[in-house]
Design a protein around this ligand. Structure first.
Ligand code: IPD
Ligand code: CA
Ligand code: CA
Length: 256
């Protein structure tokens, strides 16, 4: 196994990258409304180098260098900045997501919010924690008493009509909906029980790898839109994350 505390220390060292306004303003276009800044590239390079120094035998899959590789053996799965659009707009809601996969399972997940210094961490079989304190999913069982986070799949406008029709249906049955702009942070919120569920179409593996374990270890569930468990063999998935009570009802509404 790896030394979790040492990895957490490395992840926390990404904080200064987010303060560098010049790097935030240095933007390259990847696709429709899809950008990376020099912060994304800097954080990824820093983590890749530091993790390699510590664990030369563990592979690395990072969003900003992704070239279609599959998850295999032991591998880090990194989203250096989840919430790049927020970063560009100085919305102060972006996180670093680092997961370790081993033989097809996520065994370590870390999500770090550099603005608030919230650090979420889960190790397989050892529970989920925020800044060292155990966290659990919400016990709420009724959709009518729930706060539900939605993801807009911003890089896939072709799904907008379907997505927003589902958001409206969910909105009319729950207390309210939320949209943070960071999938990993949305997953962390489900894990700590501040929302009851979150769903989004077409997420990439680096968006959800760490959050997946965090939610499982906090007592919740993560499936695809059909209710199947998430397999690391697929690097893109429609995700429903919930507190273990609302997933079925939400999937039924999505698939109506
Ligand atoms: C995006 C964010 C956003 C979600 C998108 C993701 P990025 O990640 O998590 O909240 O709606 O689906 O791609 O591009 O900022 O790393
Ligand atoms: Ca992301
Ligand atoms: Ca990203």
């Amino acid at each position: 196994m790896v030394e979790t505390e040492k990895i957490i220390e490395v992840v926390k060292r990404t904080k200064p990258f987010f303060r560098d306004r010049e790097a935030v303003g240095n933007i390259r276009v990847k696709g429709l409304a899809d950008y990376a800044t020099q912060v994304d590239d800097g954080v990824q390079k820093f983590l890749a180098e530091e993790l390699k120094k510590m664990y030369p035998d563990i592979g690395f899959l990072g969003e900003e260098s992704y070239a279609g590789e599959q998850v295999s053996g032991r591998m880090w799965i990194v989203d250096p900045v989840d919430g790049t659009t927020n970063l560009i707009h100085h919305y102060r809601q972006s996180v670093v997501s680092v997961a370790l996969a081993s033989e097809g399972e996520i065994v370590l997940g870390i999500i770090y919010h550099p603005y608030t210094e919230e650090l979420y961490c889960a190790e397989a079989g050892k529970g989920a924690y925020k800044n060292g304190v155990p966290i659990h999913v919400s016990p709420v069982k009724e959709l009518s008493h729930s706060l539900i986070a939605v993801g807009t799949s911003p890089y896939y406008h072709e799904y907008a009509a379907d997505n927003f029709a589902v958001f409206q249906k969910i909105f009319l049955q729950c207390e309210d909906i939320r949209r943070s702009g960071s999938a990993a942070f949305d997953l962390a919120h489900v894990a700590e029980g501040s929302t009851e569920a979150y769903f989004e179409r077409n997420l990439k593996i680096w968006d959800y790898a760490a959050g997946l374990l965090l939610i499982r270890e906090a007592g919740g569930d993560v499936t695809d839109y059909e209710g199947n468990p998430i397999r690391l063999t697929s690097t893109i998935n429609n995700i429903v994350a919930d507190n273990g009570h609302l997933g079925e009802e939400i999937r039924a509404i999505i698939n109506e």
